[in-house]
Design a protein. Structure first.
Length: 132
C-alpha cells in the first residue's frame, strides 16, 4: 500500500539515550520494512546514556539528516554529518554518538517488519579494537 507519512507522525518510542518515532513497520501500517526517525540529544543533556546494540539477521541503513556525531563499530569510528549514509552488517555491534551542540537526527531503515525481534542492546560502549 502506498502512503505518505506526514512530518511529525509516527509511533513515539522511549529508547535508551535517544528518542524515536516508528514511521513504518508491521505494526505501523502492516509493512514488511521498518523505518524510524531517531533523535540523539547532545551528550551534555541529562538522561540515560546508551551503549552499542545490534540487529541479528538484518542490516541497517542510516541517513544522517542533521547534527554531528560519531558512528562506532568494534573495528572503527567514523565522523558523521548531514547527508552521510551508513550501512551496518547484520549482527555487527554499533553505536551512534552525538558530538555536536544540537540534536543528531537520522532516518534508520531495516528490511524487517518487527525490529524489536532482531535487536539486542549490548550496554557499555562500542570501541574500536585496540582502544581504551
Amino acid at each position: 500500500m502506498t502512503a505518505v507519512i506526514p512530518a511529525g507522525e509516527g509511533q513515539p518510542m522511549d529508547l535508551p539515550g535517544r528518542s524515536a518515532a516508528e514511521l513504518v513497520s508491521g505494526a505501523q501500517g502492516g509493512y514488511d520494512v521498518t523505518v524510524r526517525r531517531v533523535t540523539i540529544p547532545p551528550e551534555h543533556s541529562s538522561g540515560p546514556g546508551r551503549g552499542p546494540h545490534r540487529h541479528d539477521g538484518c542490516p541497517e541503513v542510516l541517513l544522517i539528516v542533521s547534527g554531528a556525531g560519531e558512528f562506532t563499530t568494534p573495528s572503527r569510528t567514523w565522523p558523521v554529518g548531514p547527508g552521510d549514509v551508513i550501512v551496518v552488517s547484520p549482527g555487527e555491534p554499533h553505536q551512534t554518538r552525538n558530538t555536536g551542540p544540537g540534536d543528531l537526527v537520522s532516518l534508520c531503515f531495516f528490511p524487517v517488519p518487527d525490529l524489536a525481534a532482531v535487536t539486542s542492546e549490548q550496554g557499555g560502549t562500542a570501541r574500536p579494537e585496540g582502544t581504551q
